[in-house]
Structure formats: C-alpha cells, structure tokens
Design a protein around this ligand. Structure first.
Ligand code: AMP
Ligand code: GLY
Length: 428
C-alpha cells in the first residue's frame, strides 16, 4: 500500500520511520516532510493548513492510506475533504477536532460527559475574567480558547501576573485571535501523564502511557514548550489506573462524541493530571503527541500500518498493539532562543555518529543548507533510544545526544528522571 504522512516534525519522522518497516507498505510520501524524512520517503511540498492541497498531494502519490500528524490540518477539515473524495485517512473530522481546536468546547464537552477535569469558567471580557479570579485563588490557570502551539496556557502565581496575562491574551498580544476567549481554571497538582488511544468512533485501543517534559529547563523550570523530551515505560500507570482512565475518561468521551453526532476517529490524546482524587483531564488533543510519538513508536512491536489501515477503514475490530518491554526515551535538542524565536542556520554535526551508536535521530527543525544540514526551527532533533530498564534507556540516549553538536544547542539533562525517582520511592 502507498502511504502519505502529513506534517514535518519529529512525530512525523517517527511515523514514517516505523511505517517504512512494514511489509505492507510499498511506498511512502510526506507532505511536506523534512530532510530526515527525505532519506526514507518522497517529500512533496504542501501547505498543511489547506485540505484541498493535501488532497491533491494524496491523489498525486495515489495514497491508499494517509495519516495526519499535526492538529492544524485536522482542525481545518482535512479528514472531511479526504472522506468526501473516498481516500482513507486516520484522524478526526473538523467537528470532532474541536476537542483540541477550542478549549471552551472541550471543557463544556467534559461537563456534558461527566469527565473529571479542573473546575473552570469560560470568559470573553476582562471584567468577567477578573471577577473569575476571586473564585479560584492562586496559582490559577489561564488558557486561550484557540490553537496556540503550546503557548496559550499560563499558570499565574499571583493576582498581578494573572491580570497581566488576561490583558495580554484578550488584547491579542500574547497569542493573537486564539486568545479572544479564555478559560480560567483551577490549578491541579500531581504527576502528568499522556494517555493516547486510537479510535474508530466506537472502540478505543490504548497506546502505552508516556510522560512528556513541557518546561524548557531541568527540574520543570522555565516557560512551557511543545515538549523537551518524553519517555515510555509501562510502569507509568498500573493496570488499575489504566482501567480507571478508560472507564472514567476515554469510554465516556468516545460515547458522548457518538451521541452528539460527531464520532471521534483517529488518535485521542488525553493530557492527564494524576491527582489524589484520581485522573483529571488537563486537555484533549486530537492527534499523537510530539515528542511522545518518538518514544512510543520506538517501543512499538507490531505492524503499525495494519492497525492504521483498520482505523482508517472505520473498524479497528480485534486489532492489537504489541510493545517491547524495554522503556524508551526521547531527548529533544533545541535551537538557541527556543521557546522564544529560535535562531536558524546553525550547522548540525554528529548525527551519523549517534545513529551508529544505535540511536534513532528524528528530525524536526532541520533543513539542507549549502554546507549541509542546519537548524531551521525551535525543536531541531529528537534523539531516541531504548534500554534494558529506564536508567539504561536514559544513559544510552544521552550518550548519543553528546555526539551531536550545533551552535546554541540546548536540551534538558533530566528527561525520565521523574520515573526513576518515583520507582525508587515505591521500591524502598
Ligand atoms: P494544556 O495545553 O492545557 O495541556 O496545558 C499545558 C500545560 O499547562 C500542561 O501540560 C500542564 O503542565 C499545565 N496545566 C494546564 N492546566 C493545568 C491545571 N489545571 N493545573 C495545573 N497545571 C495545568
Ligand atoms: N507533547 C505535547 C503535545 O504533543 O501536545
């Protein structure tokens, strides 16, 4: 079968890398892809915000199966366009993608379905937002309603910071039109877990749990990013916790979406806080996570193309996912300036050495320059390895990380350490 992957980041490189290993896959294309993807797939330029353009690419490469990586094409309606043209695609419709496209939609949906989440109010004016602050105390969480590439959420520690953020969001200064409406919500504490399922609209197949590291600096300090690294280890959740998440969050979500006439198909990502009162949803995403996908697909031990095709055809039936027992770790190498405006054009060296040492090096913000590979975005590479245990996976990944260099490169040195700490405490 001919497969098309939409997107150009590390998640999409990992998708293409895993699909290239499937005996079912005869050819692979990506729109628009990146230089890492170009080594294993045909890259076709395209604007991922434009469903019609993406459909033309799928027709040009005669794709039997398409997978959309990022949220933008999904929220723009790429699945609706493909289905209308009779092309198989994995992802939610435009209506279902509102679960990620609008935080207010998602919060109201959770109330409707009885899904545990932080207490909230939706506001559109400064006066209402300031009034809402009195109901929550500090810290308080302020969220832009629309898509803001991970920059629309601020945890404000004081009234002064909250007021400044509210003005910045509502005026459009912080994230543009995405901030014209806000969610003000209760601050939750606990461990964060990314729990992703693949749904055909009726059933849901759970992937392994992962943990992302959103803050830019070690020890979860500094501003939030799209994700500075992740690890995948089955011990992140006990079987009982997984069951509770399925029963209280995933199944009610899938059933309510069906009942509302907008069945959810594709990857549903629940960003969870494991609170003392059980799991609560921080956010829904309507796609795979980045960098969660890099470590997930590294651990996957079955034919991903087969499972994706079943989902795209509308029935995951009795499809199963299999995983290697060894944990995996992905460390993101970021460019100077990230998560602010990243500097570009810095020459990248050492990838081959890291690959020879056994790591998978997924490209994200890279481009081919006159002197070779150079930086072209905030998150540049995702270095991914497995190990016999989490400590081993961490050690192997950082060994490969140290072989790669570019001017201004920065990364967190503590990816996965949360897991080590948690299990050290449990065993004692
Ligand atoms: P979101 O995009 O909604 O997942 O928010 C981004 C990040 O902000 C999350 O990964 C959390 O680290 C943090 N966050 C969001 N909502 C809350 C909350 N209600 N309480 C505490 N932290 C939160
Ligand atoms: N890593 C978080 C996300 O993909 O939204």
């Amino acid at each position: 079968m001919k497969v098309l992957v939409i997107g150009s980041g590390g998640r999409e490189h990992a998708l293409v890398w895993r699909l290239a290993q499937s005996p079912l896959v005869e050819s692979l294309a990506a729109a628009p892809g990146n230089p890492g993807i170009a080594r294993i797939a045909r890259c076709v330029p395209a604007n991922v915000q434009n469903p019609e353009e993406l459909l033309q690419v799928a027709e040009a490469v005669d794709a039997d199966l398409t997978v959309a990586g990022p949220e933008a094409p999904l929220v723009a309606g790429v699945v609706d366009a493909f289905r209308a043209a009779g092309r198989a695609i994995v992802g939610p419709t435009k209506a279902a993608a509102q679960l990620e496209g609008s935080k207010i939609f998602a919060k109201r949906f959770m109330s409707q379905a009885g899904i545990p989440t932080a207490r909230f109010v939706a506001v559109e004016t400064e006066a209402d937002a300031l009034r809402a602050l009195d109901d929550f105390g500090f810290p308080v969480v302020l969220k832009a309603d629309g898509l803001a590439a991970g920059k629309g959420v601020v945890v404000a520690g004081s009234r002064e910071e909250a007021e400044q953020t509210i003005r910045g969001l509502l005026s459009g200064k912080l994230v543009g039109a995405a901030g014209s409406k806000l969610v003000v919500e209760e601050f939750l504490t606990g461990e964060e877990v990314s729990f992703i399922v693949l749904s055909d609209g009726e059933r849901a197949l759970a992937l392994e749990p992962t943990q992302d590291h959103k803050a830019v600096y070690d020890g979860d300090t500094g501003p939030n990013t799209g994700g500075m690294g992740a690890y995948c280890d089955s011990r992140i959740l006990t079987p009982e916790q997984r069951q509770e998440i399925m029963d209280r969050i995933i199944t009610p979500a899938i059933e309510q979406m069906r009942a509302n006439g907008t069945p959810f198909t594709g990857f549903l990502y629940a960003g969870l806080m494991m609170t003392s009162a059980g799991p609560k949803v921080l956010e829904f995403n309507v796609r795979l996570g980045d960098p969660e996908t890099q470590c997930l697909l590294h651990r996957l031990d079955c034919d991903f193309a087969e499972v994706l095709l079943a989902a795209a055809r509308g029935s995951i039936g009795d499809a199963r996912l299999a995983w290697r027992p060894e944990p995996s770790v992905c460390v993101v190498l970021a460019a100077a300036g990230y998560p602010g405006k990243p500097r570009t054009g810095d020459r990248i060296e050492g990838i081959e050495e890291a690959e020879r040492a056994g790591a998978a090096v997924f490209h994200a913000g890279t481009r081919s320059g006159p002197n070779g590979l150079e930086t072209a975005g905030g998150r540049v590479l995702g270095v991914t390895s497995a190990g016999e245990d989490l400590a081993g996976a961490i050690a192997r990944t950082y060994e490969a990380v140290r072989m790669i260099r570019f001017e201004g490169m920065h990364y967190r040195t503590d990816i996965g350490r949360k897991g080590l700490k948690r299990w050290a405490t449990v065993q004692r």
